[in-house]
Design a protein around this ligand. Structure first.
Ligand code: UDP
Ligand code: MG
Length: 337
């Protein structure tokens, strides 16, 4: 990490305002308990003067279809440390944390994103803030191990990070969306206009001072994972196609090799034909045809993925639509800084 020349005394002398951004999608079973634990942690940090008393737990209700919204609203009514942003419908985890962060940056000095199920150890917050006070604008949460994941998820995750590195993406292995960003980092992030968001890959590329905090991952307290297989696969594909055009190059190279090889095959078979050799060759033909068709289909698929990306970018639709932002009475719409 680089040496930093920031005047800590003037900038950070006052305890920073922290907004803990919590994406929630159908979390009625766990949200009340999680909110209680988050509030306790926030209050203890406030007491120690590590963070300002204006800090908040900022829920983003990602179009939940169960009672999550009602529970969140009643929490906000009871406590000034809570606020909730409601989407009009489900836009997905990445958009939910993005919306939470971008909205929170107008009120907060630092934002930490954490999952609603509290699988990520909230006690690590102290270390996140300490790393910020030491002059880092980005603090990544990295999981200690993957013991709570099944063998399949563990394997695919490892392979995925390797593949992303191979493609040249600066993603930090096993980093979660448990992360601290300073106001400065958020202002830069807001400049990225792409609608295909892959925050884990994007944030390392903005190039600010950063540090890593290791944390433990627990089992989900209640409810089930809201990340379905298809949501996970979409996130993985988004990551690849938003950060690398290497797959498109690979297609070109493969195509070139195949064309070169078939040129040789053509010459060989013409020579054999001229010599009057009768090659049975049925199997060879079949194998070559199958491989070629497979490669063509795959290549078209990859190109299609990129075209789909261009299509969604060109439309320029909003990433999400906000239905309402609800603050506690005493907060009076938060305090914009
Ligand atoms: N989530 C969300 N929108 C979605 C799916 C999930 O906001 O469409 C939230 C969810 O409420 C939770 C976080 O994203 O706070 C992580 O989801 P989950 O715990 O289900 O994922 P897992 O830990 O199984 O990867
Ligand atoms: Mg979880």
């Amino acid at each position: 990490m680089k040496e930093i020349n920031r005047n800590k005394k003037t900038e950070n002398e006052k305890a920073p305002i922290l907004y803990l951004v919590v994406p929630c999608f159908n979390e009625e079973e766990v949200i009340e308990k999680s909110a209680g634990i988050m509030l306790k942690k926030l209050q203890s940090l406030e007491k120690q003067k590590v963070i300002s008393k204006d800090s908040k737990v900022f829920f983003v209700n990602d179009g939940s279809k169960d009672a999550t919204k009602e529970i969140l609203i009643s929490l906000v009514e009871k406590n000034r440390e809570f606020a909730v942003l409601n989407f009009t419908t489900n836009y997905g985890h990445q958009n939910a944390i993005y919306a939470g962060m971008i909205t929170a940056k107008d009120y907060a000095d630092i934002v930490v994103t954490i999952d609603a199920d509290l699988q990520q150890d909230i006690e690590a917050l102290d270390r996140f803030i300490a790393a910020y006070q030491a002059g880092n604008d980005v603090v990544y949460g990295v999981r200690n191990d993957r013991n709570t994941d099944g063998a399949f998820k563990k394997f695919t995750a490892t392979m995925y990070y390797r593949f992303m590195h191979l493609l040249g993406c600066k993603i930090i292995s096993n980093s979660a969306d448990y992360r601290l960003l300073s106001k400065k980092a958020l202002n830069i992030l807001a400049e990225y206009k792409e609608s295909n968001l892959f925050l884990r890959g994007l944030i390392p590329s903005i190039g600010l001072n950063s540090d890593i905090v290791y944390f433990d991952v627990k089992e989900r307290e209640a409810g089930s994972s809201k990340y379905t297989f298809s949501k996970m696969a979409n996130l993985a594909i988004d990551g690849i196609t938003s950060f690398s055009i290497v797959p498109l190059h690979l297609i070109c190279i493969t195509g070139f090799i195949i064309v070169a090889l078939s040129g040789i095959m053509l010459v060989v078979s013409l020579v054999e034909w001229a010599q009057g050799k009768n090659v049975p060759g049925y199997t060879t033909l079949l194998v070559v045809m199958l491989i070629a068709t497979g490669l063509i289909m795959l290549s078209l698929g990859i190109i299609g993925e990129y075209i789909a990306k261009i299509y969604t970018e060109v439309k320029g639709r909003p990433r999400y639509t906000i239905d309402s932002i609800i603050w506690n009475e005493s907060t009076k719409n938060g305090k914009k800084k």
